[in-house]
Design a protein around this ligand. Structure first.
Ligand code: SF4
Length: 497
């Protein structure tokens, strides 16, 4: 019988694995469940189950802000002697690196490109392993972070099989898919928690390097969350009468700071969504305290809880309160806020900001946060609800917009699309990340700074109304620039040809 070679119909029929890989290539446009199904059938069920437990979804399952992986990328890029490699679609990597440089990363981001063949055959994993080996130079780096974005996660690229260290350089491989991590805030925790876990195991295995940042031998408090740089200094002053000082923050700036974080007496979950990180502190036997020293009530309650968790005396706690509270009370009284404000954001500090505004005299009927409900913001939620404020966890943009339209505030603090919508209706609005998170929040400094933002923005209300009148009808409907002109208005050429 003549050999006619392989059946061409079979050769061209894509395998089930290839079909899945091709669907997964669509990334966040693949449709509900497609990426998650692909990831589960590619062996990532344990990872997805852990992400679902740590970062429960709903009401929105897909990110409504920037790509979540940016949070993990940012945490890695801010650490000294740490290299970061992204594994994902080129368009995702372009967006992520663009955003990281927009925020001043000034660091190279490594990238391992792929196509559907290297995904299906497992070659991508080999390429990532080779790239990791190439970059893991102990002269330059303490750690190499490799981040799987959506497509490699959905295709089951097994970063957990990377060697834990190469020539003494730690290798941290994490999956940060948009279909498993709802916000970029929580993606910070994915990397911070993975690093903390690695450092905890190093401590358990034997002596580790002494953190450079340790200045004295007082017991410390680790502040969890990316805070405005002056805030840890201010919190250090609040802790001083209790004989406590602040440990290096988490997310950390250098690997050995992770040891100091774990060596603290108490961990303070100031940003309440660091679930994986809190798990590591709990495993290391460290008590965790929620909320933060914001306003008079918040500072008093926080100092009491920190003091009790650290085992200091009642007398020391009272001394700390006596030193801090009159100054905060004075700052609030000297900077009253007379305005109705809605607060929305995805930073995790929204409830704390709302507390401060209310203590300063503002009316805050609504606070929405993209972050989930956790026990670390319970005190803040209860305090706010007692003041008549509606707290919306996992707030969608639609909920934030509806609240703003309903309340008609003097000032809306929110995300970019919310601020845009507010300005369109003539409501003064401020972008939460650039304006609110870029100022102190805690202690007397926080009390004074918040009033400044509100006064500066609400004062421009008449200007906003003028702008709405001036631009009335511009940029909407037929004037938006991309709609098809009506036949009557169309040129003869476009109509006839
Ligand atoms: S990595 Fe980010 S941008 Fe890329 S598909 Fe996932 S969510 Fe979308």
């Amino acid at each position: 019988m003549q050999d006619i070679g392989p059946d061409p119909r079979k050769a061209s029929a894509p395998s089930a694995a290839k079909k899945k890989a091709e669907k997964a290539l669509l990334g966040c446009h693949a449709g509900p469940g497609v990426m998650e199904d692909a990831a589960r059938s590619a062996g990532k069920s344990d990872t997805l189950d852990q992400l679902a437990a740590d970062y429960p979804k709903g009401p929105h399952d897909q990110p409504q802000s920037m790509c979540p992986a940016f949070g993990a990328l940012r945490v890695g890029l801010r650490m000294r002697r740490t290299a970061t490699i992204l594994s994902g679609s080129a368009c995702c990597v372009y967006g992520l690196t663009f955003t990281s440089h927009f925020y001043g990363a000034r660091r190279t981001v490594g990238y391992v490109p792929f196509n559907s063949e290297t995904l299906v055959t497992g070659q991508l994993y080999e390429d990532i392993r080779d790239a990791t080996k190439e970059i893991a130079d102990p002269e330059k780096y303490d750690a190499v972070v490799v981040i799987n974005l959506c497509v490699p996660t959905a295709s089951g690229v097994p970063l957990d099989r990377l060697p834990p260290q190469i020539d003494g350089v730690r290798i941290i491989g994490i999956d940060v898919p948009g279909f498993g991590v709802p916000t970029h805030a929580e993606a910070k925790d994915v990397l911070a928690g993975a690093m903390l876990r690695y450092a905890r195991k190093e401590i358990e295995a034997g002596p580790v390097a002494r953190p450079r940042s340790l200045k004295d031998d007082r017991p410390t408090v680790t502040l969890i969350g990316e805070l405005f740089p002056a805030d840890p200094v201010g919190i250090g002053a609040l802790l001083d009468p209790m004989g406590l000082s602040v440990a290096p923050q988490l997310p950390s700036r250098e690997w050995r700071d992770l040891y100091a974080c774990l060596d603290s007496r108490v961990a303070a979950a100031v940003h309440p969504f660091y679930i994986a990180s809190v798990r590591e502190f709990a495993t290391a036997g460290r008590p965790v305290v929620g909320s933060g020293p914001v306003g008079v009530d918040g500072t008093a309650a926080w100092l009491e809880k920190i003091g009790a968790a650290a085992g200091v005396s009642e007398k020391q706690i009272d001394a700390a309160k006596s030193a801090a509270l009159p100054a905060i009370r004075g700052a609030l009284a000297g900077n009253p806020v007379k305005a109705t404000v809605t607060v929305s954001g995805y930073e995790g500090s929204e409830l704390l900001v709302a507390r401060l505004l209310i203590e300063a005299g503002a009316r805050v009927p609504y606070v929405g946060t993209a972050c989930p409900k956790t026990e670390w913001s319970k005190d803040d939620r209860e305090w706010l609800e007692a003041k008549g404020c509606h707290v919306q966890y996992r707030a969608s943009l639609e909920q934030d917009l509806a609240a703003m339209k309903d309340v008609k505030p003097d000032l809306a603090l929110g995300t970019t699309p919310l601020v845009q919508a507010a300005k369109e209706q003539g409501t003064p609005a401020v972008y939460f990340t650039n304006m609110v998170s870029a100022r102190p929040l805690f202690g007397p400094a926080g009390a004074a700074s918040m009033a400044g933002i509100v006064a500066a923005q609400t004062g421009g209300r008449a200007r906003f109304a003028d702008m709405v009148d001036f631009f009335d009808g511009v940029g909407t409907g037929e004037t938006a620039g991309y709609t098809v002109p009506s036949r009557a208005a169309a040129s003869p050429m476009s109509a006839g040809d």
